[in-house]
Design a protein around this ligand. Structure first.
Ligand code: ZN
Ligand code: FE
Length: 258
């Protein structure tokens, strides 16, 4: 049994439904829209046990209040962001035990995309919202390059078998950029072909694995000579630290039309 189901929302958002010990109860991650979630719950005869939010953006929390009109469940989210209807405010190191699901998550503070963004890690799974994407990372809307680099380093240090569930299907576009940064990265080339096949069948490329991300994701590879040299070539100057390399490729990606 697949422990995690996906619900599509908007253009390219994923809302994740995590099954626990009892097969008909789920935790809902980042419900930006209520309608597709309510429909999935009904057609698959699932009962929500909790809602977990990673950050305050509308495409991640916009459906929370409407879901609560149908189901009374606890809502977990970042302590440092304003999200209506949150019942449990979380910080780094907090442990979330979802009642009735037998699932536990550790909370990681991962600022960068937003100032109070959190991620949930447990049972070999990582739910990272818009901080890490497969082969990419979130834009810096509220945080600094330094913060984002530190947040991504936390993810990179997790076991390589960790299944990574992020908030958007951006993998193919991200791989076009990854291969602009590292044209010779064979892992990224193979992954691009796999991602293309999956998307052609309208299947998600997710979850990814942390081990794979370490091989293909340029934002987790700012310590490598290849990524640094490529970033230096792009800006036409020297980059001395990993944070500088990170900032340079993040800006490069912001303007990249692959
Ligand atoms: Zn976001
Ligand atoms: Fe988002």
């Amino acid at each position: 049994m697949n422990p995690v189901l996906h619900v599509r929302a908007f253009q390219d958002n994923y809302i994740w439904l995590i099954r626990g010990r009892s097969p008909d109860r789920v935790a809902i991650i980042d419900p930006g829209d209520a309608e597709p979630v309510l429909e999935a719950l009904e057609t698959q005869r699932l009962q929500p046990a909790a809602i977990l939010c990673t950050h305050h953006h509308g495409d991640h929390v916009g459906g929370v209040e409407d879901i609560l009109k149908h189901y009374s469940v606890p809502v977990y989210g970042p302590a440092r962001e304003r999200i209506p209807a949150i019942t449990h405010r979380l910080n780094e190191g907090d442990h979330v035990k979802i009642p009735g699901l037998g699932l536990g998550f550790e909370v990681l503070d991962v600022p960068g995309h937003t100032a109070g963004h959190i991620a949930y890690y447990g049972t070999g799974m990582l739910f990272c919202g818009d901080t890490l994407f497969s082969a990419g990372c979130g834009r810096l809307f509220e945080g600094t390059a330094e913060q984002m680099h530190a947040s991504l380093s936390k993810f990179s240090a997790l076991p390589e078998s960790t299944a990574m569930y992020c908030g958007h299907e951006y993998t193919e576009a991200n791989l076009r950029f990854a291969l602009a940064v590292e044209p010779g990265n064979l892992h990224a080339q193979t992954y691009r072909d796999q991602a293309r096949d999956l998307r052609a069948k309208n299947l998600p490329t997710l979850p990814s694995r942390i081990g794979l991300e370490r091989q293909v994701n340029p934002f987790l590879r700012v310590h490598t000579p290849d990524v640094r040299h490529s970033a230096e070539k792009h800006i036409g100057g020297r980059l001395d630290t990993e944070v500088e390399v990170f900032a340079a490729i993040r800006r490069w990606k912001d303007g990249f039309r692959g």
